[in-house]
Design a protein around this ligand. Sequence first.
Ligand code: 13P
Ligand code: ZN
Length: 261
Amino acid sequence: MKEVINQVAEVAGYLWQKGWAERNGGNITVNITDCVDNAVRSLPPLLPAIAIGKQLPFLKGQFFYAKGTGKRMRDLARRPMDNGSIIRICDDCEHYEIVAEHPVLPTSELPSHLEIQNYLMASGTRYKATLHTHPIELVAMSHSKQWLDSHHLTQVLWSMIPETLAFAPLGIGVVPYALPGSILLAESTLEQIKQHDVVLWEKHGVFAVGEDIMEAFDQVDVLNKAAVLYMTACNMGFTPDGMSQQSVQEIQQVFHLPTHR
Ligand code: 13P
Ligand code: ZN
């Protein structure tokens, strides 16, 4: 478990360094059920059970590390257990309990994190980590209608550099603006993450999943790098040509890139 939490701390440091985590911006959850020992399993709850807001049947008895609401990534990078907590989903699948290490309330985006974690469990994948962050260039693009078309945005980002296509083969989905922390945001994100590597929340941020938190970070990093390249070209006074459709298709075929999750 120490290894998983240390990796969360490492990624939190990258998010801060990248300028994607102003104040308490962004949040992380990781399913740690496989690595909690009996001592943690038998810990009594630190507070009365808290409602999730909906029933998530595949999360019964699962343990998660979650960033605390209002906590800063730059603080989490140095002291992960003071700026996050370990929660256990109750047997009714509608409540959770904080079991360690301090009674730090989990992130306000818990509905999105748990909704997607429930889907990941249900579909039997190896994905364990979910990330929400505020990458500057992708969020800036989400302020213009022309970039809120998932297909168009994906094609342009893929065409910036071959690696984007190779490492984000499912592209980026788009969720229209919704209230932060809402069930609507969680449910809309779920629909998009089923088909994409990363989901862009209009005028807010992104949501990504990974087998571990480093992989979720890499997905966002790769796509945001493409957005930076696009904007850098625009700042130099021209709209970038992008790789041709033919080149994009060649990479998809040669590398046998997946087209769905
Ligand atoms: P929390 O501090 O509750 O995690 O919220 C940060 C955030 O980015 C909300 O969208
Ligand atoms: Zn946010």
